[in-house]
Design a protein around this ligand. Structure first.
Ligand code: SF4
Length: 407
């Protein structure tokens, strides 16, 4: 039996990735919400890093926060209260996404007035009025950064950042589509690590690792003449027109999908790999996830360099697919229906972040749909530190054993 993987090890790696930036005294800005416009911060010479839950700081009861706050918000707040947060120039908080983050931002501001907090309030709709509103919000945020931090908006840096993030998305979209067709081409563990490394320190180095992996995957799939199918699927997923494609799926073991919101995909990969090892089932693989920090980030359209940058950024943010903090549950269910049908999903892992309302509102409808499609499901109540690792892995192990026996 191979060694048990742990979430703590992954988190230690993230600290290492950030070390060179901290040593160089770069201006790092922390963000929490997946659809934060990274390009805007680069344009102001700030390096955005996606924050994470620290396993050694359980987000237990924190008197300042409202009782409805989710465990993820609590962990972030506890990191700050215990002075364990990476040294950041500022933190950007979203408004209009969930009550929990709204409360977190408000309380943080009151309790730590010495911190520089930025706020970007998102519309819940995706129509023209939402576009106009978000364009203005982004423009105001940019002005605020100039005044508060003295970092001017640089068109040159903005253009470089748009290219960087677009290349990241193009390469990861290709790998996502390739894994849907032939999941054996790259493990879910490696896939999530590549994405997370980029989101921790978005730059040429992390991009190079992803592009190198995409080249290796491409060369493997070329031998089987699968490149046209992968490209067609990638385009179909971007445009949400994949429901009528003919997709040559590889015939190996049960195909698993993971669904949830702001759950750490690398943490899920750890739990899944350990459960797979315990169940001694090699052939089963996660072929797709619908999580905020992987699929929904990767399949957001990149802004165009033509036109007003703030409007283009707003358009890009609003294109994020299937996000539970936005309106549109019927569309999300329709998308899921097509995913179940097209990608021959056998098993569904539903991840529920403790006390996350956006996740939990959607679960009953998703369960009903999976049941109708005869997809075997398991619900995983998770805290963001994955503190209950052994119990969750046991549950996943039984799920995998039962699923394999049913086929
Ligand atoms: S996990 Fe849920 S409740 Fe918590 S910040 Fe994210 S969307 Fe909000």
């Amino acid at each position: 039996m191979s060694d048990t993987l742990s979430y703590d090890t992954l988190v230690a790696e993230r600290h290492q990735y950030l070390q060179p930036l901290i040593a160089a005294e770069d201006h790092i800005i922390g963000y929490i919400y997946p659809h934060t416009p990274l390009e805007l911060f680069f344009a102001h010479q700030l390096i955005p890093t996606l924050l994470w839950a620290e396993p050694k700081i359980p987000g237990a009861y924190e008197a300042s926060l409202q009782t409805f706050c989710c465990a993820y918000s609590r962990n972030l707040f506890s990191q700050r209260a215990k002075n364990q947060l990476t040294n950041l120039t500022a933190i950007v908080f979203p408004g209009g996404t969930c009550d929990s983050l709204q409360n977190l931002g408000d309380v943080w501001q009151a309790r730590f007035p010495e911190d520089t907090l930025l706020r970007l309030t998102y519309p819940v709709a995706q129509d023209e009025a939402a576009l106009t509103y978000l364009t203005e919000e982004l423009q105001n945020l940019s002005n605020y950064i100039e005044v508060t931090l003295g970092h001017k908006f640089s068109v040159e840096k903005y253009n470089e950042a748009v290219a960087l993030i677009a290349e990241f998305r193009a390469a990861t979209q290709f790998i996502t589509a390739a894994r849907l067709i032939k999941p054996e081409c790259l493990s879910y563990t490696k896939y999530t690590k590549l994405i997370r490394q980029f989101l921790t320190v978005p730059g040429p180095q992390a991009l190079q690792l992803i592009e190198q992996t995409a080249i290796e995957v491409q060369s493997e799939l070329r031998q089987e003449q699968l490149i046209p199918s992968v490209e067609a699927l990638r385009y179909g997923l971007l445009q949400n027109t994949f429901d009528d494609l003919t997709i040559p799926l590889s015939k190996q073991g049960p195909r698993i999908m993971v669904i949830g919101g702001m759950i750490d995909p690398e943490g899920i990969a750890v739990l899944f790999e350990n459960a797979k090892t315990s169940a001694d089932i090699e052939s089963v693989e996660i072929v797709m996830d619908l999580l905020s920090f992987t699929y929904r980030t990767v399949f957001t359209s990149s802004p165009s360099l033509q036109g007003n940058p703030f409007q283009e950024l707003a358009q890009s943010i609003l294109s994020a697919p299937a996000e539970p903090t936005q309106e549109g549950l019927p569309n999300r269910l329709q998308f899921l229906r097509h995913v179940f049908d097209q990608f021959k999903i056998d098993g569904l892992i539903i991840c529920e972040q403790s006390f996350c309302d956006p996740d939990q509102f959607e679960v009953p409808d998703m369960l009903k749909l999976a049941e109708k499609k005869k997809i075997f499901t398991v619900r995983l109540p998770l805290d963001p530190e994955f503190s209950d690792q052994a119990r969750i892995e046991g549950r996943l192990q039984s799920f995998l054993e039962t699923l394999t026996a049913r086929r």
